[in-house]
Design a protein around this ligand. Structure first.
Ligand SMILES: [Zn+2]
Length: 407
């Protein structure tokens, strides 16, 4: 009896020690990157939410803007004060700055190891997802190494070789090689299947398929980005659904997981200076973060959520020219009904988008990126590491630190 009691005490002490240690470490990590999402994109989305409930003089918080930790990250690349998405993605994935247009390589073209590989090697499951092509710059920075971000086919091959458990959102860009090629190359879809990946085309298929390695895309056989949320057909796959599906796959791992989700269409919309698309993509991104936040509430001591951007796109401002004027109510004129001609006209006509930006007094200063710092929000295990001023290269190191993984 005495022996049983002492064994019990030892076992209990061991359990307490283990849980005590692990409660300080992040076991489940969500890394959200709003491509091109600067402070003003976020304020614009918050102003839109307030305006929707009838208050034209307020800003309602998003899920992630309520996170307790806030920092700022500098974004310049190794070659330019204004970064491109592949250099920024490389910094955010590997902790090393590189030249614009390079991917997962240092300025001397030496390959860099992304935290996704380090974390995967440590036994965690890994998922990478985006609203644009899955071999586009930001997701690719987590698994590929190439002197050119535009080399989509070999980048796609590296994705397949990574062996990460989940990919989702957009499909492959250039799935049979560059369109300039006379002879198409073997399809990346087929190569992925041969390598043990199962495609789930849509959520219905996803629900039926139980597999270890999965690629979740839209229902039809298709490649490239998801459609813009503003004006898209009902039932279109969105980032929140992809994150939710990823969690179902990744949480089967006993060790934990690392999930990177990119709001890639925020950048596309801002490059076009399309105000409504920018607002809707930012809100869509926030809904994906909300899925992670629900998970966090179930595992608050073991979950870390980091939300940031790779750079700012468009130089958007709330107000343009003199006069303290900013009025989103004019956007109501464009019906949000999917069958509305107004929506289609707005989404397809640059002059109409510009007309409404002007009426709402929203300024856009460029069709490219800007060099300003971006926000960083965090909640959960290790979130304090992301407070204050930091460089984009600090973020992946601090994620590994929060997980207790050497990087
Ligand atoms: Zn961009």
């Amino acid at each position: 009896m005495k022996k049983t009691t002492s064994i019990l005490v030892i076992v209990l002490a061991a359990v307490l020690m283990t849980t005590g240690c692990s409660s300080n470490k992040a076991k489940y990590v969500f890394y959200f990157i709003g491509d091109g999402m600067g402070f003003s994109h976020v304020s614009l989305a918050e102003a839109y939410l307030a305006q929707e409930r009838g208050d034209a003089c307020a800003q309602d918080p998003l899920t992630f803007t309520q996170f307790p930790v806030l920092g700022m990250a500098t974004t310049y690349s190794a070659s330019n004060p204004i970064t491109c998405s592949s250099a920024a993605g490389t910094a955010l994935a590997t902790g090393t700055k590189t030249k614009n247009h390079m991917l997962g390589m240092d300025p001397d073209s030496l390959p860099l190891k992304s935290i996704a590989y380090t974390i995967h090697d440590a036994g965690y499951k890994v998922g990478i997802m985006t609203t644009v092509g899955i071999n586009h710059a930001t997701p690719a920075a987590f698994y590929a190494h190439n002197v050119s971000r535009s080399d989509y086919y070999p980048i796609g091959l590296e994705m397949i070789e990574s062996g990460f458990e989940f990919f989702g959102g957009g499909g492959f860009l250039h799935p049979t090689g560059s369109p300039k090629l006379e002879e198409p190359l073997p399809s990346l879809d087929g190569i992925a299947e041969e390598a043990g990946y199962t495609f789930a085309r849509g959520l219905d298929e996803f629900a039926q398929k139980k597999c270890d390695k999965i690629i979740l895309t839209r229902p039809e056989n298709w490649d490239g980005a998801l459609p813009y949320r503003f004006g898209c057909a009902e039932g279109e796959l969105n980032l929140a659904q992809v994150v939710d599906a990823a969690v179902q796959v990744l949480e089967k791992g006993r060790k934990g997981f690392f999930l990177m989700a990119e709001g890639g269409l925020i950048d596309y919309a801002a490059h076009s200076n399309n105000t409504l698309a920018t607002i809707f993509e930012t809100l869509d991104f926030d809904q994906a973060v909300a899925v992670a936040y629900e998970f966090y509430k179930k595992h608050p001591k073991q979950t870390l959520i980091v939300v940031t951007a790779d750079h700012e796109t468009g130089g958007v401002s709330l107000g343009r020219e003199k006069g303290y004027r900013f009025d989103l109510t004019v956007l109501d004129e464009i019906e949000t009904n999917e069958s509305s001609n107004d929506v289609e006209l707005y989404m397809t006509t640059k002059a109409v988008q510009e007309e409404y930006s002007e009426k709402a007094h929203i300024g856009w200063t460029t069709g490219s990126h800007t060099g300003g710092a971006v926000p960083v929000w965090a909640v959960g295990a290790g979130s304090q590491l992301f407070a204050g001023r930091q460089d984009n290269t600090d973020i992946p190191r601090n994620i590994c630190k929060a997980m207790g993984i050497k990087f």
